[in-house]
Each structure stands twice: as C-alpha cells, then as structure tokens.
Design a protein around this ligand. Structure first.
Ligand code: SF4
Length: 214
C-alpha cells in the first residue's frame, strides 16, 4: 500500500449516532474522519478501542460540513474548537476547510495533524489552511526516521522527510501558531531531541502524555 491507495472521500453524510463533536474543558473536539495515513503502534483504535474520554469515536462515514456545524452549534461557546480524530482530519480536506472557514474569527480554531497532508494530497495544502486555522499541532512523534517508522508504520518510505517539509511549509505560509508534539514514554523516543527539532524550526513544542486530549 502507498498513500495513493488511500480513499480520500469528501464529506458524505454520516450516521445519526456518530459522535462528530465532543466537549471537554470548554473545548470542542471535532471528529471528522476515521481514516488514517499511519498505523501508529500506540493508537487505541488499532486495538479496536474507539473510546476517547468516554466517547465512542467510530464513524459510519466521514462527516459532512453541515452535520459538523450542526453538532458544534455556536462556536463562540468554546474557547477553542479542535479538529482532532480519531483519524487524520486532512483526509477529509474539503470539509475541514469549509468548517474552519465558517467558524474562524468566532473562536480559536486548531488543527491536530500528522503533517502528511502535502504528501498524501500531492500538493501544498498549507496555503489552503492559512487564514482559517489559528494554530496547528503537528505530530512529530520521533526525533529520527528510524524511530518514527517503527512507531508510526507509514506505508511508504520518505514519510518522515515529508513531515519535516510540512513543518516548514506551515511556518512559511503562516498556518497559525505551529507546535510540534511527541509522546513521552514511548520506546526510543527522545523528548529532548524532539524539542531540539522544534527549536531548530523556530516553532513551539509540547510533550504529550498518551491518552490525553491534545
Ligand atoms: S495518526 Fe492518530 S489516529 Fe491515526 S493511527 Fe496514528 S495515532 Fe491513530
């Protein structure tokens, strides 16, 4: 399998019982796709566990713009709205952009991403996100390619360099505040080295704990 084999749908209507928005600490999290670019060894869904903070996040289909906006309600009620998962939001790109555009300016909008959107979509998506996203959290996950490949199990080579290119593109094209993240405690992950990578790119870094909302 390569990234070309990933079926990128564009927001069909999802099931009525699907949890596409959940709230925690005055933050709304949007679950707009279950599709993933990676097969992270630490991901709960690979163990068939779809429950995050008490919410079962398995979707019957990708979420549509209208259903997401309906589920979210007035974005001004939240201090932040976060595109999260359980899946990679940029795999539902047109819907992500439409929703971000609709709510931007009425709350802080943040995207959590694996940073592989440019590689998978075959184009630089960061200009499309600029002006609609206030902050972007990019899952760096590891300080070097061998550790990344072991943890995230990308389907093709060249993924880690593409992730590093995405960080630069996000910064250059002003996709809001850029923050890299890595999970502390995973085998062979060196948090200090991950922090150094962020420092070298001139972006923020956040050490994560597994299982937390980010
Ligand atoms: S990118 Fe996120 S949702 Fe996808 S497999 Fe990795 S941890 Fe799981």
């Amino acid at each position: 399998m390569t990234y070309k084999d990933i079926d990128i749908n564009h927001g069909q209507k999802c099931g009525v019982n699907d949890v596409i928005c959940y709230r925690k600490d005055n933050i709304a999290y949007l679950n707009i796709t279950n599709q993933c670019t990676l097969h992270c060894s630490f991901c709960p869904k690979l163990n068939k566990n779809w429950v995050v903070h008490g919410h079962h996040l398995k979707l019957s289909r990708q979420a549509s713009t209208s259903r997401i906006l309906l589920a979210l309600g007035d974005p001004r009620r939240y201090k932040e709205v976060v595109f999260s998962g359980l899946g990679e939001p940029t795999l539902n790109l047109s819907v992500l952009i439409e929703v971000a555009k609709a709510i931007h300016g009425r709350t802080r909008v943040r995207l959590i991403t694996d940073g592989l959107g440019n590689l998978v979509q075959g184009m630089d998506i960061t200009p499309l996100l600029a002006g609609k996203i206030d902050a972007i959290s990019i899952s760096l996950n590891a300080q070097q390619e061998s550790v990344y490949n072991q943890l995230c199990q990308p389907p093709q080579t060249g993924t880690f360099p593409a992730l590093l290119d995405f960080i630069q593109a996000a910064k250059k094209n002003n996709v809001g505040d850029v923050c890299l993240t890595a999970i502390d405690g995973l085998k062979d992950v060196d948090i200090a080295d991950c922090q150094n990578i962020a420092n070298n790119y001139g972006v923020d870094f956040r050490r994560r704990i597994i299982g937390e909302c980010v």
